[in-house]
Design a protein around this ligand. Structure first.
Ligand SMILES: [Zn+2]
Length: 153
C-alpha cells in the first residue's frame, strides 16, 4: 500500500481492528520512509457478478442499487434497514453459491421477491410490480389472489 504522502511502498501496520460495521478491518499504518500515518480498510470483495438485463446488456451487480430498489418498495412499510441488509446478504450468498459469473436480472428479482414475501406482503407486491413488469391491474390482482391462497393454506 503506497504512502499517500510520499508514495513509498513500504509501511508497517501499527494497529489493526474490526471496523464498526464488522465487515471490514481497519488498519493504521506507518510509512517506512516519511513516518506519516494513514488508515486502510480491508473487506471481503463484493460479489463479482454480471447482471444480464432484459435488453441483453450486462451490468456489474451493484448491492447499493439493489438496496435502493428495495428501500423504495418498502417505504413506509414495517421493514427495517436491518431486514433489507439481511435480505441482500442472503441473495448475495445464494448467487455466490451458483458459481456463475452472469445471472439474469429477473433471477435476482425473483430471489428478492421470494424473501420479501416472507417479510411484508405489500412490499413484496410493490417490488414485484417493478421487477416482474406487471402490465395491467389484472396481473396485480392475480398476484394478490395467489398471495391470499398461500396465506389461507
Ligand atoms: Zn511516506
Amino acid at each position: 500500500m503506497k504512502c499517500p504522502y510520499c508514495s513509498e511502498a513500504t509501511s508497517s501496520v501499527i494497529d489493526s481492528r474490526e471496523a464498526d460495521d464488522k465487515n471490514s478491518i481497519r488498519r493504521r499504518r506507518e510509512c517506512g520512509s516519511c513516518g506519516k500515518r494513514f488508515t486502510t480498510y480491508e473487506r471481503v470483495e463484493g460479489i463479482d457478478l454480471k447482471i444480464i438485463k432484459k435488453d441483453g446488456t450486462r451490468q456489474q451487480f451493484d448491492r447499493e442499487k439493489l438496496r435502493r430498489g428495495i428501500v423504495k418498495a418498502t417505504w413506509k412499510r414495517p421493514v427495517s434497514m436491518a431486514d433489507i441488509d439481511e435480505l441482500i446478504t442472503d441473495v448475495e450468498c445464494h448467487l455466490r453459491k451458483k458459481q456463475t459469473s452472469e445471472v439474469k436480472s429477473w433471477e435476482v428479482g425473483n430471489l428478492v421477491i421470494d424473501k420479501l414475501r416472507d417479510i411484508d406482503n405489500l412490499s413484496y407486491l410493490l417490488f414485484a410490480s417493478v421487477y416482474r413488469d406487471f402490465n395491467s391491474i389484472e396481473d396485480f390482482i392475480e398476484e394478490i389472489q395467489q398471495l391470499q391462497k398461500k396465506s389461507a393454506e
